[in-house]
Write a protein that binds this ligand. Structure first.
Ligand code: KG4
Ligand code: ZN
Length: 341
């Protein structure tokens, strides 16, 4: 099966072609970072217009690279939600048009299902069941994944997402947008113990997260120091990263112990964070388990994970009865992964 994948839920236009028989994957991405940098965050209308500009040329590029004509497509998978309404509509509109023109099925994919199945594109791939830690700019979730389409939410953030906390901390430290990688790099120059930030909900006994208090604590630390020197900024970055990593690692290990599982899948942009990976790899090794990550270039938003999730659903592997997907494709800006797809 040749599945075209289209992702346009936020600030990345992603297109991919997945060949289910050979496993061959060709994908292309256009990131909008420069477009939004001056605003310190994603401007929805600018994002939609940029998707309009880049989506069709990217589809042409991927097909040319894969050396396949449009007519070779068997299906089209597109992110139907959650995400920015206008941005989603661009992808859904193009996918629906292609489907009609080619007489091929179009399937609406849940963006988070794309992320959480993406480690299955790496080798070795994890076997089901596993715990999935999904940490991105919009989500912080712990899921018990029994199989495709069978997702149980164990915990999630009560306020900000982990990526959001990284981005806001970066802004407070004058590091610009997007902040995750910059905070992570700066943290390597920090002095451990120079200050102490809270670890929200660390000992709550539950699996939910909270990052808004940590963000406020960073703001207070910045204000207290007045004019920040380079070392101050590095010290704050180090302690911030340590606080996020401590909380995420502790909750993840609690989820593994409670379910008796030893396989962990990490997905979403924050999953690219080196400090988090080091902590999780160490904790899982001590637990006698193993961590699975998506291929390095598929950690952040991309079309490949959407093509693959679409293939999984179309092939009938999803055992929640929704393998054929919804009859009518519609953009769903709010869409609960665990309420049935
Ligand atoms: O999954 P993603 O590309 O987009 C969605 O939110 O769906 O995640 C983007 C988030 C941003 O908040 C970004 O700052 C964060 O992931 N991020 C990182 C790193 N790389 C990306 N956070 C910490 N360390 C990183 N290396
Ligand atoms: Zn994402």
């Amino acid at each position: 099966m040749q599945v075209l994948g289209i992702e346009s839920s936020c600030d990345e236009t992603g297109v991919a072609l997945y060949d289910s028989q050979s496993g061959e994957l060709v994908h292309a991405l256009h990131a909008q970072i420069e477009l939004h940098r001056a605003y310190g965050g994603v401007v929805p209308e600018l994002a939609s217009r940029d998707h309009v500009r880049h989506l069709v040329p990217l589809i042409e590029q991927v097909l040319a690279q894969a050396n396949r004509p449009l007519a070779a497509l068997d299906a089209i998978a597109v992110t139907a939600g959650p995400g920015l309404a206008g941005a989603l509509l661009v992808g859904c509109g193009v996918a629906a048009g292609l489907g009609l023109a080619l007489g091929k099925p179009v399937i609406g994919v849940h963006h988070l299902e794309g992320h959480l199945l993406s480690p299955l594109l790496a080798r070795p791939a994890p076997e089901f069941p596993f715990i999935c830690l999904l940490v991105s700019g919009g989500h912080t979730l712990l899921l018990h994944v029994r199989g495709p389409g069978r997702y149980e939410r164990l915990g999630e953030t009560l306020d900000d997402a982990a990526g959001e906390a990284f981005d806001k901390t970066a802004q407070l430290l004058g590091l610009g947008y997007p902040g995750g990688p910059a905070v992570s790099r700066l943290a390597q120059f920090g002095v451990p113990g120079a200050l102490r930030l809270p670890r929200p909900l660390l000992d709550s006994g539950g699996l939910d997260f909270s990052f808004s208090g940590l963000k406020t604590a960073v703001l207070t630390a910045v204000r207290k120091r007045g004019n920040l020197c380079e070392q101050d900024r590095a010290d704050i970055a180090l302690e911030f990263v340590a606080a996020v990593v401590d909380v995420i690692t502790a909750k993840t290990m609690l989820a593994l112990r409670r379910t008796g599982l030893a396989r962990l899948v990490v997905a979403g942009g924050v999953g690219a964070n080196v400090q988090l990976r080091e902590a999780l790899d160490g904790a899982l090794a001590a637990h006698g388990g193993r961590v699975f990550y998506p291929p390095a270039d598929l950690c952040t938003d991309n079309g490949a994970m959407i093509a693959y999730a679409g293939f999984v659903r179309l092939s009938g592997a999803a055992d929640d009865g929704s393998a054929a997907g919804p009859a009518i494709l519609r953009a769903r800006p709010r869409w609960d992964l665990c309420a049935g797809l």
